[in-house]
Write a protein that binds this ligand. Structure first.
Ligand code: SF4
Ligand code: SF4
Length: 372
């Protein structure tokens, strides 16, 4: 197994165990991705679940009111604006069958030729508790669904994996698991990257080819589709960091402007701050204004702006190549001859920048920006 490390963190930053919600935005904004087509017109009335852009359904019922130029973690310039009418009218959707259809479960969970199924509730990034919350909010229905899946397929192992961040939750889960002897609970150590499927299967001594790893957030969507016939309309995300007075996990409608959630639910103790989408190691700095919640956003980390550490000259200490989990030599990113090869193999874990004693920021090299 790869060498994994525990990241340094401020133990005083604790996410509240109470779930917050922000489910009634006046408007939602859906990204118009390249090559996607808008399927509605201005002033059209839409229901929850209506496909409004190819592959994207509306999370609210309401009226299509235009296009806006916004930002998100998705590659889109323009966003379709829908004015929420708060009527919660739903489109009748496929799925939602009481009895599971073997073929659709096989496809949706990628179980063809698999012997093991792993439900992954591990959050890799510090101060993020999103996957953990999915598991503890929905574990009763997750366990029922996993049990039903076991009766359909002859799987050898079903694991539920989490970090031991809440002993109260772990003991609740363990008592319910008594009713499902075929499901094994694995409480894993707090080591960075164990949340990645390849690292987790290796830690569990399972063959990657024979194992399907499903994140708890994905399993929530699969449960909603298979058992309730619902398309994705809301999601959980963590809002945390060293300037957040009340770190939370919030249930939010897809397409909500992030600044609105912040204004309503989050108190910040400093003026000069930086916002990071999806964590400090693997995420990216964002401008909060005009930023929209999309399904691939799992957290917003807000940190006090500190004096920027000046990048020094490489000491050739070898720490970056020692820590690289996929055995690359990050220093070679500076050499155009090798840079594209490294970029191809790199898993964007951020460990080389984290460890470098002279603050070389490899992220900028990985994004192809020139330095010298
Ligand atoms: S970011 Fe890429 S190069 Fe750096 S340690 Fe991670 S995998 Fe290796
Ligand atoms: S960790 Fe930093 S100083 Fe050490 S070899 Fe890598 S780039 Fe150079």
């Amino acid at each position: 197994m790869q060498k994994l490390i525990e990241l340094k963190k401020d133990e005083n930053i604790l996410v509240s165990s109470k779930l917050e919600s922000f489910l009634k935005p006046d408007y939602v904004y859906l990204p118009i991705l390249k090559n996607n087509t808008i399927l509605v017109h201005k002033n059209d009335l839409v229901k929850i679940g209506d496909e409004v852009i190819t592959g994207i359904t509306s999370p609210v019922s309401g009226v299509v009111s235009g296009l806006k130029k916004l930002n998100s973690l998705q590659d889109a310039d323009y966003y379709l604006e829908i004015a929420n009418d708060f009527e919660e009218r739903n489109r009748k959707e496929a799925g939602g069958k009481k009895k599971l259809n073997q073929e659709s479960v096989l496809n949706i969970l990628n179980l063809k030729g698999k012997k093991n199924l792993v439900l992954n509730a591990i959050d890799d990034e510090v101060y993020v508790s999103t996957e953990n919350f999915y598991l503890f909010l929905y574990y009763d229905v997750f366990l029922e669904l996993l049990d039903e899946i076991t009766s359909l397929f002859s799987l050898e192992n079903i694991y539920v994996c989490l970090k031991a961040s809440s002993s109260e939750n772990v003991s609740k889960l363990m008592s319910d698991l008594g009713m499902y002897p075929n499901i094994i609970l694995k409480v894993v150590p707090d080591l960075y990257l164990l949340g990645r499927p390849s690292f987790l299967t290796s830690y569990l001594n399972l063959n990657m080819e024979e194992t399907s790893v499903v994140a708890a957030s994905e399993f929530y969507d699969i449960y909603n589709y298979l058992k309730r016939g619902r398309s994705k309309r809301d999601m959980l995300m963590t809002i945390s960091g060293d300037v957040v007075k009340n770190p939370i996990v919030v249930q939010v409608k897809i397409g909500t402007p992030l600044a609105l959630v912040m204004k309503e639910l989050v108190e910040i103790t400093e003026d000069d701050v930086l916002y990071f989408a999806n964590g400090l190691m693997q995420g990216e700095a964002i401008n909060l204004n005009s930023f929209v919640v999309t399904p691939n956003l799992n957290s917003l980390i807000i940190m006090k702006k500190r004096e920027e550490k000046k990048e020094g000259k490489c000491l050739r200490c070898g720490l970056c190549s020692d820590i690289c989990p996929v055995h690359l030599n990050p220093v070679l990113l500076k050499n155009p001859k090798y840079a594209s090869l490294i970029k191809k193999e790199c898993i964007n874990c951020g460990l080389c920048s984290y460890i470098c004693p002279v603050y070389i920021n490899f992220n900028t090299y990985l994004k192809g920006e020139s330095h010298e």
